[in-house]
Design a protein around this ligand. Structure first.
Ligand code: MN
Length: 195
């Protein structure tokens, strides 16, 4: 795991994003979902692993409905401290726009049978292209899987909710779980009004 790519894309004299540093939680491992208004509005799903945040850009946002398979493009590892980052990335910088925190909490790595596993085991599963985990967030709860697609491109994964007591069986749109007062929504509303 390396933060070289993360650093290479950014100028920390200009962006308020945290510089690269490997760190881990003292207690349970953490996850975050950031809503990011860049050239396109998307969500970033990040799981702490081996001192960094393994990261996926999820264009449609996560779903609590097990029928949805949400495309999740694996992107560069982010530093652990990114889990609390929110704010504006100035124009001209990588990912320029607004980042807000949509959900966060702790997670537990699971094995293929959805039983508790170690960090070492989930790292191995990550390399093999399927990971399972238990999320304890405010919005995202219960069992999930991330499965790598066997495509030529290689960084396309699917984020899937497992059918459990927290699963939702009607249409799920992460946008409806975002407060109208969020920094991104305020900007979007202004843009709409000025059209
Ligand atoms: Mn992003």
């Amino acid at each position: 795991m390396s933060l070289r790519k993360y650093t290479g894309k950014r100028d920390f004299k200009v962006t308020p994003e945290p510089p690269a540093k490997k760190e881990s939680s003292a207690g349970q491992m953490e996850f975050v979902v950031q809503r990011h208004k860049a050239s396109r509005l998307h969500y970033d799903f990040r799981l702490e692993m081996e001192g960094v945040l393994k990261s996926w850009a999820v264009p449609k946002g996560p779903s609590m409905n097990p029928k949805d398979k949400r495309l999740a493009m694996m992107v560069e590892d982010h530093p652990y401290s990114y889990r609390t980052f929110k704010g504006s990335i100035p124009d001209g910088n990588y990912g320029a726009g607004i980042v807000e925190i949509w959900d966060h909490g702790v997670y537990m790595p699971l094995n293929d049978d959805y039983e508790p596993a170690t960090e070492k085991a989930i790292l191995k599963d990550l390399k093999n292209g399927t990971i399972k985990f238990l999320l304890k967030g405010k919005k995202l709860k219960g069992f999930f899987a991330l499965v790598k697609m066997k495509t030529a491109e290689g960084n396309a994964w699917l984020l899937i909710k497992h059918d459990d007591e927290f699963a939702v069986h009607k249409d799920y749109d992460s946008e409806t779980f975002t407060p109208a007062s969020s920094p991104i929504n305020k900007v979007l509303k202004k843009k709409k009004a000025s059209k």
